[in-house]
Design a protein around this ligand. Sequence first.
Ligand code: FAD
Length: 379
Amino acid sequence: MTNYDYIILGAGASGLMLAYRMASDPFFDDKSILIIDKEKQKGNDRTWCFWEKGKGEWDDILTKTWSKIYFGSDTHKEVIDISPYQYKMIRSEDFYNSLQQKIESKINITFLNEEVVSFTEQKFNVQVITKNGNYIATKLFNSIHNAELYQFQKKYPVLQQHFVGWFVKTEEDILDDSMATFMDFTVPQNGNTRFMYVLPIDKKTALFEYTLFSKELLQLNEYEDAIGSYLKEKGVSSFEIIEKEKGSIPMTAFKFSHLNSKNILNIGTAGGWTKASTGYTFRNTTKKTKTLISFLKTENDLNKYHKKSKFWFYDLIFLDVLANNNEEGAKLFTSMFKKADVKTIFRFLDEESTLFEDFKIILSVPPKRFIQSFLKRLF
Ligand SMILES: Cc1cc2nc3c(=O)[nH]c(=O)nc-3n(C[C@H](O)[C@H](O)[C@H](O)COP(=O)(O)OP(=O)(O)OC[C@H]3O[C@@H](n4cnc5c(N)ncnc54)[C@H](O)[C@@H]3O)c2cc1C
């Protein structure tokens, strides 16, 4: 049994970012830190995008940035200049390599390539059991996501942002890489909220991702057929698929903070750091890991890290509407993009908007469903 000050379970976006921040701050130099992940090299297993104003912390490892995005539906099509924001893309391999390099330079941080079986809060510490051993932590940060903890409860709807993407390389220079297609709802909705998301890296290479916000996943061929049809419709006929990616990100207002305790903090998607109404997690993780580092310098009770926010309630209402009227997502997003300024939408989704800006967003969506959901939750 080996004792550590901190154990971080999972070396993905949140676990690695937290370890990186600890490695970069002398406060943690005399703390023993263990990171456990079942995978050592995950390669390019995901593509992270996020919007950000001006320069940002990860700018050195970005693959691409766009200052324009496209929103499309049957009733509204718009190329939107998002400056001073930029939509930024990071390939996960660049992120993992860059952060691991920094973390590996610290002698107080150990990486363990093992599968975690369980972790249990004890009187004064936390015990972690892996397939090969037992470890004790004074404080534990868990990013291993366990959907069983919330998928059977009935209080909060659970949707998924699920998608399959193809990285496509065309023969000719036919792609417009000056803008990212944020949401293209012109694809058949088939009773759900379905859209294409396109990230062109250059004139020959782009990620085409067929995405749904809904409860049930599809068969693989349904996503792939939809990508194929979209490419055909856009006149992309001679191409090679150079990579594929897929994912399913939970969208729920379930209170993840209730899983925390004095010595255990759930982080990343496992900690509710995924924006419930969009599935975006990366930028929030950048912000949360920063505030967590400051918190750890002054506080001992991890229960106190979570702060209540009005945005939780907004997300809850939004998800109620989307769960009960999944076929109306296109109409809802179209109305929002038509009536509200994109910068206000970004600030709202970043949970940085004022009450006045919140009202602008609330007034931009068709009111009927939202009022129904609001009243239902209230009473
Ligand atoms: C394909 C894909 C694309 C995405 N794109 C975006 C995007 O563009 N923008 C955005 O904001 N968000 C995006 N997300 C959502 C979110 O940012 C990512 O899921 C992000 O990686 C979440 O970070 P995390 O630390 O919570 O989990 P992860 O990054 O998944 O890390 C969890 C880690 O735990 C390890 N692990 C799991 N089980 C065990 C076990 N039993 N024992 C030991 N280790 C274990 C895994 O190997 C993994 O390394 C995307 C997600 C996916 C899947």
